[in-house]
Design a protein around this ligand. Structure first.
Ligand SMILES: Nc1nc2c(c(=O)[nH]1)N[C@H]1C(S)=C(S)[C@@H](COP(=O)(O)O)O[C@H]1N2
Ligand SMILES: [Mo]
Length: 546
């Protein structure tokens, strides 16, 4: 007798724990559905606010804002331009895990589960409101989404509790005989499906409407005809491009031009309503200009090689383009600005973007006669959105983070002592001219080179913007330096290709390169990292021949 009872107990226990497990699993699923609802509703709610206020973008942006320089370095280095995609996928994965946990909790404690969703919404709302460019309603999408998600979880969890399976009269509940495994399966499945479908619909609608806002900007950009610049760039000298296989093209095509910025969503600014304000210390006549005001001014066309301070030795974060823009110094003079050397009170030109990036450049440098410009065109077309449409700043010779503000909207004359720009607060130097560097583009690291090839073309680029590249040398296995052939020079503001024909011998070899600029400075072999003002050291590549 006793044995039989025990057996029955045990099988009932197994049944109970299996049922409990199923309910917990379905709870986790409910959490996922609720999370999906929250995100979808938030996406739709972000339409009247702004796309960047959506919770994933807001949290991602807040993470970026708080990421120390070194970690950002790591992300850029390992994920390249995919760093933002990785960040968003990471946030979504974390969110999914938490949503499942909250859902599992909600099976037992519905209110607690719903509160958990609201708490997450609060997190999103706080993140959104804390962005430097946050509008007063940026918290709203996260909040609305969280309320919808919490409601869905509360209802779904209700189907999973035995009480929820009770008839309208509550008979089962009252009798307390609901078997452990019993719950409103049909109700649960229907509700989960309905919530998922509705969320998918609302989310898609939100996405579509957000994209439509961008479409207007796309149409405006497509309608822009860049005027012929009054000061054109000379045709590229012959021999500026050595056309060695594997060597970077002299002019970098727009689609392959590197991109470094903090924007999770590329701003699609409407050119027609865009304004630029120039104001601040020492400005006697504030300027307020529209896009068409800039197009109507005298324009210059210049080749400039842009470089990111995060570019490691041998790294990919530089590119060369033919830019069209409004010369910046005359514009500043019109506003009454004098450089510090002429008694001007402001030494920092602080550029702000529509996404509230803040980039500070030395007024002295901007006004020293170099081709600092408000760029409107890049390689024959209006700036691509990813590169700052409608207007970005460029100062030849300075790293992008201290000169090249994209999606510009405001220029303020201020002082370095009064104001630290975005990257400066994160440990980077307030001022940073581009360092003289060189890179081996071919052969690639660890290339296997056939023995029969004879002279191997070792080729790459060297740059020392606004000083000019004077000489490039290559050495093999720490031996004597060999002077490479330099391509024709376009301008001192552009990089320069080089090639050295290497009489390769079989075996494993280390190739090293160093450049000397027109000031007579030869690149140091001392390796320093990118923080705080740019990497130094010789690029080296190990290859094997034979
Ligand atoms: N608005 C905005 N402008 C920005 C940045 C940014 O994060 N936001 N990054 C700067 C940095 S660090 C660099 S190197 C250049 C890169 O310009 P690109 O993306 O067109 O190559 O843009 C600069 N301008
Ligand atoms: Mo940069």
């Amino acid at each position: 007798m006793r044995g039989v009872t025990e057996n029955r107990d045990r099988s009932q226990q197994t049944w109970h724990s299996a049922a409990r497990l199923l309910r917990v699993g379905l709870g986790a699923l409910s959490g996922l559905v609720a999370g999906f609802t929250a995100l979808a509703v938030a996406e739709l709610a972000s339409v009247p606010v702004r796309q960047q206020a959506g919770p994933v973008t807001a949290v991602g942006g807040a993470v970026i804002d708080r990421t120390p320089g070194a970690v950002k370095e790591f992300a850029v280095r390992h994920f390249g331009t995919n760093d933002k995609l990785m960040l968003q996928l990471g946030i979504l994965a974390l969110l999914a895990v938490f949503a499942m946990a909250i859902g599992a909790v909600a099976v037992r404690w519905r209110r607690l589960g719903a509160a958990g969703v609201l708490l997450f919404g609060l997190l999103g709302a706080v993140a959104a409101a804390s962005r430097p460019d946050a509008g007063s309603l940026d918290w709203l999408p996260s909040a609305v989404g969280a309320v919808a998600g919490a409601a869905v979880l509360y209802l779904l969890a209700g189907r999973l509790t035995p009480a929820g399976s009770a008839g309208p009269d509550g008979a089962q509940e009252a009798e307390g005989v609901a078997p452990e495994g019993a719950f409103d399966r049909r109700g649960f499945v229907l509700l989960a499906l309905a919530a998922s479908a509705a969320s998918a619909g609302l989310g898609a609608l939100g996405r579509g409407l957000n994209a439509a806002g961008g479409d207007r900007a796309v149409a405006e950009r497509a309608a822009v005809a860049l005027p012929v610049p009054s000061s054109r760039a000379a045709a590229l000298p012959r021999g500026v491009d050595l056309k060695v296989p594997g060597l970077s093209a002299f002019t970098t095509p727009n689609p392959s031009f590197y991109r470094v910025d903090t924007a999770l969503v590329v701003p699609r600014v409407n050119a027609d309503s865009w304004r630029l304000r120039i104001h601040g210390k020492g400005v006697s006549k504030e300027l307020n200009l529209g896009y068409h005001d800039l197009l109507a001014r005298d324009l210059i066309e210049r080749d400039i090689t842009l470089t990111c301070v995060s570019n490691e030795v041998g790294g990919p974060y530089l590119g060369n383009a033919r830019w069209i823009g409004v010369p910046l110094a005359p514009l500043l003079r019109e506003a009454g600005v004098r450089p510090p050397s002429r008694g001007g009170p402001a030494d920092q030109l602080l550029a702000r973007s529509v996404d509230d990036m803040m980039i500070g450049s030395p007024v002295e440098t901007v006004m020293d006669g170099r081709d600092a410009m408000l760029a409107l065109g890049m390689n024959g077309e209006p700036l691509p959105f990813a590169h700052g449409f409608p207007v970005r700043m460029l100062v030849p010779g300075l790293y992008g983070y201290v000169s090249a503000c994209k999606w510009l909207r405001d220029l303020e004359l201020t002082s370095f002592s009064d104001y630290d720009a975005y990257w400066v607060r994160r440990g980077w130097s307030p001022q940073a001219p581009i360092k003289t560097e060189s890179r081996i583009d071919t052969p690639k690291p660890f290339a296997q080179i056939g023995a029969a090839e004879g002279a191997v073309a070792v080729a790459g680029v060297a740059w020392a913007q606004h000083r000019g590249v004077d000489r490039v040398e290559v050495r093999v296995d720490g031996g004597p330096w060999h002077t490479a052939d330099l391509a024709a020079e376009d301008t001192t503001d552009t990089w320069r290709q080089w090639v050295w024909r290497w009489p390769a011998t079989p075996g494993s070899h280390t190739l090293e390169v160093r450049a000397t600029d027109r000031t007579g400075y030869t690149q140091t072999d001392q390796r320093v990292g990118t923080v705080p003002n740019g990497a130094t050291g010789w690029h080296s590549v190990v290859v094997s021949v034979g």
